[in-house]
Design a protein around this ligand. Sequence first.
Ligand SMILES: *Cc1c(COP(=O)(O)O)cnc(C)c1O
Length: 379
Amino acid sequence: MYEKDTLCVHSTRCPKPACGSITTPIFQAATFVHEGVGVEPEYSYSRLQNPTRAALEARVAELENGVDAIAFSSGMAAETALMNIFEASGHIIAGDDLYGGSLRLFRHISALAGLRFDFTDTTDPENVRKKLQPDTKAVYLETPSNPTMQVSDIAAVAQIAHSAGALLIVDNTFLSPLFQHPLELGADIVVHSGTKYLGGHNDALAGFLVTKTPELAEKLRFYAKTVGACLAPFDCFLLERGIKTLAVRLEKQAASAESIAHWLRRRPEVRKVYYIGFPDHPGFEVTKRQCSGFGGMLSLEVDTPETARKILREVKLFQYAESLGGVDSLITYPMLQTHADVPEEERLKRGINDRFLRISVGIENTADLIEDLRLAIEK
Ligand SMILES: *Cc1c(COP(=O)(O)O)cnc(C)c1O
C-alpha cells in the first residue's frame, strides 16, 4: 500500500480516465444514454452518480480507508443527509465544542424532526458513557474541536459507543486524512467539510461522508440520491485538483502553525494559545497516539477586546474571513462569526469571548506571517 502523500496524487481506486488523460475529465452531463430497454447503464442521471464524482469519491474513500465515500455540495449538506439515517427518532450524544453549523443543524432542525441530543465534553470518554440511553443511536465527535482545539480519544469513545450498539461519527475536517484516520481507530462514519483542507483553495464548497461498511454506504447513498445535494462535476474537478496537493500544503501549514503557536505564546499580549502540538496540551498523549501531525489550526486569547479588534484590523497577510484549511491564511472572530448562534453563556464557558481569535495558517512564508502578526499586535 502506498503512503498517503502518494495516494493524494495517485489514487489506486480511481478508474483510469479516458484517452490517457492525467486528470479526470469534467463530465458536464445531467443525463446518460441507456443502451436499450432493460439495460441498466453504469451512469443514468447525475443526481445518482456522475463519472467525475465517482472518481473523486473513490479517491477520498481510499485516503480515509473507507469502503465508500459520498460527495455532497457542502459539509452541511453531508451532515444533513447523515441525520436521515436515524429516521427521526432516538438519542445522539455530541461533543459540546462542535462547528457552529453542526450545532445549528442538530438543535434547530434535527431536534425538531424528533432526534434528541445531549452535548457533553467528549475529551473525557466517561462523560459519553454517562450520557448513554437505551436508544442512543450515535456519538458525534469533532477532534480536534472547533475552535478550542479539544482532543477526544477516538478509540476509547468508539468502544463506549459500540458497547451500547451506537455508531461513532467523527468530523475529520481539521486534520484531514493526511494526519488522522478515524475509521482505523473505530469510527463508523467520517464527515468532512471538503471546503477546507481537501479542496484547500477557498474556491469551492464540498462535503463528504466516508463509511466503514457497505451497509452504511448503501443507506447513505439512498438518502444522498433522494435529497439531491450532490457535488457538481466542476466542483468535483476542483476537489480532485486540490487533493493532489493536500500533503505538500498541509505539511507546510502544519510547520508554520507550530512556529506561530510558539511565537504567540511568548508574546505578553497573548494570554493563551490553543494548539494541539504543545506538549502541555491536555490532549497531547492522545494526539501523539492517534494523529500523525498537529495540523494548521490554532486559536488564541489576547489581553483585551481592543487587542483582538486591532489584530483583525491591522493584519495584511492574514485575512479576516471565515473558513479554514486553504492556501490563504485566515483569521476569524468566532464570537461574531462561526459561533454567533451559540448561546452567550455557553460560548463564554468554553472560552469563546471577545478576546478570542482563531487562525487558519496558509502556505505563505512563515517569517512573513509572524511579522504580519507582530506588526498588527504592536501597532
Ligand atoms: C466548515 C465545517 C463544516 C461545514 O462544512 P461546509 O462545507 O461549510 O458546509 C463542518 N465541520 C467543520 C469542522 C467545519 O470546519
